[in-house]
Design a protein around this ligand. Structure first.
Ligand SMILES: Cc1cc2nc3c(=O)[nH]c(=O)nc-3n(C[C@H](O)[C@H](O)[C@H](O)COP(=O)(O)O)c2cc1C
Length: 230
């Protein structure tokens, strides 16, 4: 018991120190929550232009993204758009089974780390500090260099299956995968609108990803979307 208390205390101290000391990190509170800048809900390019310009981009400049861009991308994927809690993506039975994580490598205004997005608060909470992108994507599953390691940010769409599996005798797990597609496409179109590059990927080491994000049983990573400047 004493050991757990000590670990929690050390964790809080690390976050508090991070809140004060890390560059460009003025918005992280002592519990590791970072309020994101308000997303823009107008402007950008037309949907038609975004659709016609979208392409998978697998090579990124060695440049940072901004916290405003991260805010916009997370909002596009799952942001809340009315006072009833509806979101940018449709959801089966309004069950909202998706949880989005961010691996921040090189983002101005956000320390490198693993973050979980809360649509309700439009904020991210810290899962772990430190750049996990090289750890998770340093080598691909066939042992070769993985191009995703050069991305300054990687979004990971996960699903919690019990949120849709509420009809006795029916396995509705497919709903979660369908939703991951709609949320991811929103993010990909926002990437184009912001003039950035990304690729929708589903080839990744699920066990390593689960471990990195600290996922519990019943929650699976579905899609990995590296984003950077092209
Ligand atoms: C379900 C799905 C899984 C994908 N997985 C990967 C992947 O693991 N790695 C990758 O480099 N691209 C992946 N892609 C991207 C496709 O290779 C890409 O969309 C396709 O070549 C068409 O090119 P475009 O996206 O530029 O139109 C995936 C796309 C989809 C729809």
């Amino acid at each position: 018991m004493k050991k757990i208390g000590l670990i929690a205390l050390v964790g809080l101290i690390i976050l508090a120190v991070a809140a004060i000391a890390l560059p460009g990190n003025s918005k992280m509170d002592a519990s590791g929550v970072v309020k994101l800048p308000a997303p823009r809900t107008d402007g950008g390019i037309s949907v038609e232009k975004a659709l016609s310009e979208r392409r998978s981009i697998r090579s990124f400049k060695n440049e940072s993204l901004t916290i405003d861009e991260i805010s916009q991308l997370l909002w596009a994927a799952q942001g809340v758009t009315d006072d009833k809690g509806h979101r940018t993506s449709p959801s089966a039975m309004a069950s909202y089974p998706l949880e989005i994580y961010l691996l921040a490598g090189n983002i101005t205004g956000l320390p490198a780390g693993v973050y979980h997005y809360s649509p309700e608060g439009h904020n991210v909470s810290t899962v772990a500090l430190g750049d996990k992108i090289p750890e998770l994507f340093g080598t691909s599953m066939n042992g070769k260099a993985d191009w995703r390691a050069s991305a300054p940010a990687i979004f990971i769409v996960t699903g919690v299956f019990e949120r849709v599996n509420k009809v006795p005798g029916q396995d509705l797990s497919r709903f979660v995968h369908v939703e991951a597609g709609t949320a991811s496409e929103n993010l990909l179109l926002e990437v184009v609108s912001l003039g950035l590059g990304a690729t929708y990927t589903a080839g990744f080491d699920a066990n390593k990803t689960r471990e990195c994000l600290g996922l519990v049983s019943g929650q699976d990573p579905i899609a990995v979307i590296p984003v950077g400047r092209k």
